[in-house]
Design a protein around this ligand. Structure first.
Ligand SMILES: Cc1cc2nc3c(=O)[nH]c(=O)nc-3n(C[C@H](O)[C@H](O)[C@H](O)COP(=O)(O)OP(=O)(O)OC[C@H]3O[C@@H](n4cnc5c(N)ncnc54)[C@H](O)[C@@H]3O)c2cc1C
Length: 423
């Protein structure tokens, strides 16, 4: 089977790169092993929330010059970053994913970071958010004094107590209520069904979300803010808008325990956009056994297709960090398991992690070593037609910096551009 480009991994970076290439006329194949970070998403994308030294960032585009040269954003360069950051909302809109930024523009018209309310009741910086998620202008000034938090009766993956505690500390007077809906009660008979996606499926029925909306409307008299779990609009986010219109207060949706309903909706829409553009997406398959000759990848195989060889002009590795199994850790090494690419990690094993579970973990910053065009190396030798994108790229600690989705999208756009221009 021959393609122009084969992409390994089916997460955010893979889909952005695949859609860009496919829309530009390439024939792309994505091989995707399983779940990706979007299934766990907060519903918001981070571009840069903190510098590596811990300095808080308000305007990501103004802070790029403070990043080290090995950082993926430094490799892309300020001018190209500006183009990709400006292009991102329209790109996602064209795939059926509506994103918004906080209602404050920074210097040059680039969005400044807004703040989203987390399931633990804290506020975290964010660049862009999905339709469910409200972004606040400031983390110090919450514009509401009274909040009602509504949960489904018996739904344990949405902790209204944590949210109430977090908001109370910021001076918001909180009240917690539960609502029962017949079809959701039926889910409780099987505890594995009583999860965010199970509830989102039954709440997709018009009679259910209307019943929920009218019950919440009755409870919300006199409230400034109503907080609901992110379990609406899995198939069609218009339900989110309808609920906002029927409830007479500001409505904010807050994340549940995974799986993430806005993240899964986004993944489904990006995958559909890729396929509508003509791309081929192999779900539940794993890329294995590549052949690399004289600095070029000539083919790969997959576990499902066995001896059938997949060939392309270019290959993109988007298989994630340790979480996605794009990197694996042994007692002595951090390895990239498909190609055996060079990775950056210190030899002293003791420095890899901090025993304090909540401390910054050094291993979050390890990744594949790449040149300025995101080409990797095997044993110090460049692989000319292989590119690495997303959380697998070395040179940054995305979790600490709050730059996860930003690195995924920016590296994907950059590599798609490199492939199309033949650089
Ligand atoms: C749990 C979690 C939650 C996060 N939430 C956020 C958030 O809310 N906002 C934010 O900005 N950032 C978040 N991030 C950061 C995240 O890294 C990026 O946002 C981004 O989604 C990463 O995308 P990716 O494509 O690089 O990798 P991933 O999403 O990890 O996707 C990698 C994919 O490659 C597949 N794969 C691995 N090996 C193979 C193989 N050999 N063959 C085929 N497929 C393979 C995996 O199964 C997986 O589907 C989160 C990260 C994690 C781990």
């Amino acid at each position: 089977m021959r393609s122009d480009t084969i992409i390994i991994g089916g997460g955010l970076s893979s889909l952005v790169c695949g859609i860009k290439l496919q829309k530009a006329g390439q024939r792309c194949l994505i091989v995707s092993a399983g779940q990706n970070a979007l299934h766990f998403s907060s519903g918001a994308f981070g571009l840069l929330g903190k510098l590596p030294d811990g300095t808080a960032v308000k305007e990501p585009m103004r802070s790029l010059s403070f990043l080290p040269e090995e950082h993926p954003y430094s490799k892309i360069g300020v001018d190209k970053m500006a183009g990709y950051v400006s292009e991102t909302p329209a790109f996602f809109e064209s795939c059926g994913v509506r994103l918004h930024s906080a209602p404050i523009a920074g210097e040059g018209g680039f969005p400044a970071n807004g703040y989203r309310l987390t399931p633990l009741g804290s506020l975290k910086p964010a660049w862009l958010a999905m339709e469910d998620v409200t972004l606040l202008q400031s983390k110090d000034n919450i514009p509401w004094s009274k909040a009602l938090i509504v949960n489904f009766f018996g739904f344990l993956d949405f902790n209204s107590g944590f949210i109430a505690e977090g908001l109370s500390r910021r001076g918001v007077d909180c009240r917690v209520e539960t609502v029962s809906i017949g079809d959701v009660e039926n889910l409780r008979k099987n505890p594995t069904e009583m999860r965010s996606v199970g509830i989102a499926r039954v709440m997709g029925k018009e009679n259910n979300w209307k019943e929920f909306g009218s019950k919440v409307r009755k409870l919300s008299a006199g409230e400034d803010l109503v907080i609901l779990p992110e379990v609406f609009g899995l198939g069609d986010p218009v339900i989110i808008q309808w609920l906002r219109e029927m409830i007479p207060a500001e409505v904010m949706f807050v994340g549940t325990m995974p799986p993430s309903v806005p993240g899964i909706r986004t993944q489904m829409r990006l995958k559909k956009a890729f396929e509508v553009a003509g791309g081929t997406f192999l779900s539940g398959d794993t890329a294995v056994n590549p052949t690399v000759e004289d600095g070029y990848v000539t083919s790969i195989h997959t576990t499902n297709l066995g001896s059938i060889s997949l060939d392309a002009d270019n290959y993109v590795l988007a298989s994630g960090h340790l979480f996605g199994k794009g990197l694996e850790s042994t007692p002595s090494k951090v390895v990239e398991p498909v190609f055996g690419l060079d990775t950056d990690f210190p030899s002293d094993r003791k420095t890899w992690c901090d025993e304090d579970f909540f401390a910054r973990q050094a291993y979050d910053g390890y990744g594949v070593v790449c040149d300025g065009s995101f080409r990797p190396f095997i044993g110090g030798k460049s692989v000319r037609n292989l590119f690495v994108i997303g959380s697998e790229v070395g040179g940054c600690d995305s979790l600490y910096e709050g730059s996860g989705a930003g690195v995924a999208i920016m590296t994907a756009m950059s590599v798609a551009g490199n492939i199309l221009s033949g650089k």
